[in-house]
Design a protein around this ligand. Structure first.
Ligand code: ACO
Length: 377
């Protein structure tokens, strides 16, 4: 062992039957099913069944998943009390970390093969309650428990906004949930796996994952990408902005580039389509036009280095069009990705468990003679 794999690039941390990525061809499949087919035809609850139980559900299996979700939305009132006491400008991801961490003290269940998957569904339901209420609390609205509906996506939007969402909004929310549901082992899932490998509880694994998701190089990119669009502000300024910020100042173009995809991220294509459908206000349409032109410039400049739009390039426009402020973007990513985090830690703990404990290659002095403080210069 004499080489450090920087960024753990090309290291396999586990085997998986959950998600297949072909980064050269731009292919993403969950359990063998193409992401485009799943987004077009499925409800998020079907993906929950696929990820946790290995296949798409029958009608009665789907019903059972929905029932379990609908009976699991409750969270202890103390969680709302604490979230409401945080400063008005508290970071939304930090609030979700706090809430997960509180739930780990309420539900510190040990790992049990016949219970793990149903516990995971409870966590998925409670995450909807938490994320919708983080929005409510930050907007100065009273927290409320969800009133179960026929779909996870619908219940989430209804709880957040206290109004019935349109079918188009539910469809876009459902698509968002499926697109972000899993992506093999990025930094956040790896963080969850490291924590799960010590047999820590599932909520603590969610805290680890979320902490890793927060950074702008990972889940924070959707917000950072949308900031770019706002900073540009007008289509006429795109070229000047790109020349100054990206070419001269050498800043990264947010929403571009990926460790695994060396072509267009298939998820970016789906988000672009939904952004085109759902961007209705003049402001949203303006952001979409800026993003489309920025994409063209970005591809022209970066294609040679095989840097293309990633999942976060258009997702912000969908979130914005659904009515969410930017501070919510990373929590919306987390709302969906809890499924992938949970499915991976369950697959690992149940089928391949071993404590994750890598090594660091020591490169310091091998041995030095000790010098007492008074003799040191
Ligand atoms: N803009 C400009 N240059 C870039 C970008 C970018 N977005 N991405 C990579 N590069 C360049 C780097 O500067 C580097 O160039 P060099 O070889 O001349 O020094 C080269 O491409 C390789 O970059 P790395 O950072 O080593 O590649 P890595 O595989 O680690 O990059 C990453 C992946 C971190 C996502 C990167 O593309 C990036 O920073 N993108 C912007 C942030 C972003 O959108 N993150 C979301 C990713 S998707 C997700 O997490 C859900």
């Amino acid at each position: 062992m004499s080489e450090v794999s920087k960024g753990l690039e090309n290291v396999f941390i586990k085997a998986t039957s959950l998600t297949y990525i072909d980064g050269e061809a731009g292919i993403l499949r969950y359990g063998g099913y193409d992401i485009n087919d799943l987004v077009e035809n499925c409800e998020y609850e079907e993906i929950i069944h696929l990820m946790l139980f290995g296949d798409l559900p029958t009608a009665s299996q789907l019903q059972k998943i929905k029932e379990k979700i609908n009976e699991s939305y409750n969270v202890p009132y103390q969680v709302f009390e604490v979230l409401e006491k945080l400063p008005h400008d508290a970071d939304a991801v930090g609030m979700l970390e706090t809430a997960f961490s509180m739930l780990s003290s309420f539900y510190n269940y040990p790992w049990k093969k016949d219970e793990n998957k149903w516990r995971a569904i409870e966590i998925i339901a409670k995450t909807s309650t938490l994320v919708s209420n983080i929005y409510r609390i930050k907007e100065g609205l009273r927290p409320r428990l969800p009133e179960p509906s026929d779909s996870y996506a619908r219940t989430f939007l209804e709880t957040a906004f206290s109004r019935k969402p349109s079918d188009e909004e539910v469809k876009a929310m459902n698509a968002t949930l499926i697109i972000y549901a899993d992506h093999e082992v990025p930094a956040s899932t790896t963080a969850a796996l490291v924590t799960a490998s010590t047999l820590s509880d599932m909520y603590s694994c969610m805290v680890s994952a979320l902490a890793a998701l927060k950074g702008p190089l990972h889940g924070g990119a959707a917000e950072a990408t949308f900031e770019q669009l706002k900073e540009i502000g007008d289509e006429s300024k795109i070229e000047e902005w790109f020349d100054r910020k990206i070419i001269k100042e050498k800043n990264r173009l947010m929403g571009f580039g990926h460790r695994v995809y060396k072509t267009y991220d298939p998820r970016a294509k789906i988000f672009k389509k939904y952004a085109e459908e759902i961007a209705k206000t003049p402001e949203a349409k303006k952001y979409l036009r800026i993003a489309t032109k920025l994409e063209e410039l970005g591809i022209k400049h970066f294609a040679e280095k095989r840097i293309y739009p990633n999942v976060d390039f258009y997702s912000g426009i969908v979130f914005y069009s659904l009515g969410f402020p930017e501070y919510m973007f990373t929590t919306l990513f987390a709302l969906s990705r809890v499924l992938g985090w949970l499915a991976h830690i369950i697959e690992y703990v149940e089928e391949q468990h071993r404590l994750i404990r890598p090594r660091a290659l020591y490169v310091g002095p091998i041995k030095r003679d000790f010098i007492p403080l008074k003799y040191r210069e």
